[in-house]
Design a protein around this ligand. Structure first.
Ligand SMILES: [Mg+2]
Length: 195
């Protein structure tokens, strides 16, 4: 039953997502979360790696659509810079993901969602039959309500990790590069550490 909270892929950050593999899976469109996935929560600055991700996705012919629970003014400002549309709706409601699919013009099987939260991005994506990708939040700042939900999220991820249903996958680790993420955050989320 907890499988509905389990992402199909768990990676440290968006730069660990191999877009060529997504395309090879038949993915044609991506529903993207913004805050703490591509941009630090509340920050007006869009990191270089985020711009590079969207550039590469465009080159690979992937359609993209923002789906965020943040305020409309912030979503519109970010979408303007990234040059991609937004769908309206509240995650994890199925109607929000249906709206995103309508914007993308893709079927659930042709679509992936990328986000940093289990109870919005992953749950909603799984309920919609979309390929779900979870990343470690880019910052510790977020809505107070989100911080409360994070506690439950850690319990769920820890449980899934101990059951062997969830493993953090990296590309740079295999290449022996320095890890660009907070390893201890991943360990905590997977219950490998007293927290
Ligand atoms: Mg987020």
């Amino acid at each position: 039953m907890l499988s509905v909270l389990c992402p199909d892929l768990y990676v440290p950050s968006v730069r660990e997502i191999d877009l060529s593999r997504l395309v090879a899976r038949g993915i044609k469109g991506i529903v993207v979360d913004i805050d703490n996935t591509f941009v630090d929560w509340g920050s007006p600055d869009i990191p270089e790696k985020t711009l590079a991700f969207f550039d590469e996705a465009r080159v690979r012919g992937l359609r993209m659509c923002v789906l965020s629970n943040n305020f409309r003014s912030r979503i519109d400002a970010i979408c303007n810079v990234l040059g991609i549309p937004a769908a309206r709706g509240l995650k994890p409601m199925p109607s929000a993901f249906r709206a995103a699919l309508a914007v993308l013009g893709t079927t659930p099987g042709e679509t992936a969602v990328i986000g940093d939260q289990v109870f919005t991005d992953v749950l909603g994506g799984n309920l919609a039959g979309i390929y779900t990708i979870l990343v470690i939040p880019t910052s510790h700042r977020e809505f107070i309500t989100t911080r409360i939900v994070r506690r439950l999220e850690r319990v769920v991820l820890g449980y899934l990790g101990r059951r062997g249903m969830l493993t953090l996958q990296t590309r740079t680790e295999a290449a022996g590069e320095d890890l660009p993420f907070r390893r201890q955050d991943a360990d905590r989320r997977l219950g490998r550490d007293a927290y």
